[in-house]
Design a protein around this ligand. Structure first.
Ligand SMILES: Nc1nc2c(ncn2[C@@H]2O[C@H](COP(=O)(O)OP(=O)(O)O)[C@@H](O)[C@H]2O)c(=O)[nH]1
Ligand SMILES: [Mg+2]
Length: 299
């Protein structure tokens, strides 16, 4: 920041198809793992705020669940609506994230419609570390230049942390003058309790086949700080008895592994020793039940 330059602050919504790398990019920009990541679409179920402090600016990123092409159940529809709604809440910048492959006409049309508004639009082509990415990026950028007319284009690799400084400069240049929205040192507007649930979900993605993490909701019932260790108690809600059996595994071995890995991840996140008490319950077809979707914060 040059001497006396006015402070800037604003909101940047990350939008794109599931798996474009939105959560990986937000984490890379923040330098902290705030949003959980997996190779499976629809890992992100909440809008997650990540606050980046720069010498002259506060950049507030909002990671979204991603615009799924064809929602298959009420949970997926709710996630899709939430992602589209963040774009309509008039952020200062809409950061469209795409992969370096032949442009997906459906996605482009949809993003072009959402990009209409007050905000500046930045197109970022992610996964530039992949072979053949440069040629594919040329084609995607050309198509988006016509359909969306972005104010700036960036090529990045969220995974290898390439191109991030240039992207941040593009973002900062387009933020309005404003005092910061959040107090210094804040990383998010959510509490550790929320992230504990997310870290458990991330372990579900890494330890079980696809069906299980998608069919599971995590409710953190208790998060007690202090003492020799924080005490976290969480319930995994699955849709059917069979899924409960899979999560438990033979003699409960699978659940013990899940529990130990989740405990370690939560402890890494908070920087404090943690005890984790995990339970599994069946809530029949919760993904189709509006009350359950509300209860778990998805609608
Ligand atoms: N090769 C490569 N893979 C990436 C990159 N960014 C994300 N990924 C992978 O893409 C998958 C989806 O990432 P995620 O951040 O969960 O995508 P989201 O659904 O858009 O939030 C994960 O397996 C990531 O490791 C990247 O820059 N390069
Ligand atoms: Mg995500």
């Amino acid at each position: 920041m040059s001497e006396g330059a006015p402070f800037k602050a604003g909101f940047v919504v990350l939008l794109g198809r599931p798996n474009a790398g939105k959560s990986t990019l937000m984490n890379a920009l923040l330098g902290t793992k705030l949003s959980i990541v997996s190779p499976h679409p629809q890992t992100t179920r909440h809008k997650i705020l990540g606050i980046l402090e720069r010498p002259g600016a506060q950049i507030c990123f909002l990671d979204t669940p991603g615009l799924l092409a064809q929602p298959g159940d009420p949970l997926q529809s709710a996630l899709r609506r939430a992602a589209a709604a963040s774009a309509r809440e008039d952020p200062d910048i809409l950061l469209l994230l795409v992969e370096p492959k032949a442009p997906d006409a459906g996605a482009m049309e949809e993003l072009a419609a959402l990009a209409k508004g007050q905000h500046a639009v930045i197109l970022a082509v992610n996964k530039m570390d992949l072979p053949g990415a440069a040629a594919a990026a040329d084609a995607v950028e050309k198509a988006y230049a016509e359909a969306v007319k972005p104010a700036a284009v960036a090529r990045v690799s969220a995974l290898k942390k390439l191109g991030l400084e240039a992207l941040l400069a593009d973002i900062e240049a387009r933020l309005p003058q404003s005092p910061p929205f959040y107090e210094q040192g804040r990383l998010s507007d959510r509490w550790e309790r929320f992230f504990a649930g997310e870290l458990i979900r991330e372990q579900l993605f890494s330890l079980y086949s696809d069906e299980i993490p998608h069919a599971t909701a995590v409710a953190v019932e208790q998060f007690i700080e202090g003492g020799p260790a924080d005490v976290v108690r969480a319930i995994l809600y699955v849709e059917r008895d069979g899924q409960k059996g899979i999560i438990l595994g033979k003699g409960g071995a699978a659940l013990r592994k899940l529990s130990e890995r989740s405990r370690a991840a939560i402890s890494d996140f908070t920087g404090r020793p943690t005890e984790l008490d995990l339970w599994v319950k069946v809530r029949k077809n919760w993904r189709r039940d509006p009350r359950s979707l509300r209860e778990f914060g998805y609608a």
